[in-house]
Design a protein around this ligand. Structure first.
Ligand code: PEP
Length: 234
């Protein structure tokens, strides 16, 4: 059984989400399916899919104009929340320390954070991929996870670019993450791969050791693109 999450980013509409939910209703799969949508689309019953958000405040409540707390997400029907997505790290200056606080806030409210880590092209070219991944995991995962986290390895240079690392590179990264989580006492935590996953590469990627599922951006927006990914694996 695999874990397949869609990240709609700032795309879609409530109508498009209802179309997706209807299309997912009859698919035959045991896989876990999650749709991480803009805040305004939470509250719609995901049916076969669990709902998730794409960011959360590290604060529980108060004078933080524009922010949304984990408890509010939970009340709106979210079960998951992406934290530390590369676009948050790039455009909003989120560091591992901030990501860790957000993940802790999510866990405290009963949500499962999907914690993203991954290297930039500069870091890759400087030979720092493994170091960035390991420190990303060690520094972004809160102390008490309650068994309620998911990690997503997303090479930042490959997101939305139609590029993917080689299978050997994905295997190396995922083995490192699995070992790091084991050493932190939380072995068995699901680890997803994300960046340019499509219907034609999903099964191969999910057959790589230690890849427990995928986080899908662009190809999660339309049923015709997303469903083949979900049904490509048992
Ligand atoms: C993402 O943004 O999390 C992602 C994986 O995007 P894409 O699939 O479009 O590369």
């Amino acid at each position: 059984m695999k874990f397949i999450a869609g990240n709609w980013k700032m795309n879609g509409s409530r109508g498009a989400l209802k179309t997706m939910v209807d299309a997912l209703r009859d698919i035959e799969t045991d896989n876990t399916v999650v749709l991480c949508v803009p805040y305004t689309m939470l509250g719609i019953d995901g049916g076969r899919a669990s709902m998730g958000a794409q960011d959360v405040s590290p604060h529980a409540k108060g004078a933080f104009t524009g922010e949304v707390s984990a408890e509010m997400l939970q009340e709106a029907g979210a079960k998951y929340v992406i934290v530390g997505h590369s676009e948050r790290r790039q455009y909003h200056g989120e560091t591992n320390a901030i990501v860790r606080e957000k993940a802790a806030a999510a866990i405290a409210a009963g949500l499962t954070p999907i914690i993203c880590v991954g290297e930039t092209m500069d870091e890759k070219q400087a030979g720092k991929t493994m170091a960035v991944i390991e420190s990303g995991v060690r520094e972004s995962v809160p102390e008490n996870t309650n068994g309620k986290i998911v990690i997503a390895y997303e090479p930042r240079w490959a997101i939305g670019a139609g590029l993917t690392p080689t299978s050997a590179e994905i295997a190396e990264a995922h083995t490192l993450i699995a070992n790091t989580l084991h050493n932190m006492g939380i072995g068995g935590t699901p680890v997803l791969y994300g960046a340019s996953v499509k219907g034609n590469n999903a099964a191969e990627i999910m057959s790589i050791p230690n890849v427990d599922g995928v986080l899908v951006g662009g190809a999660s927006l339309k049923p015709d693109d997303f469903i083949p990914i979900i049904t490509s694996v048992k």
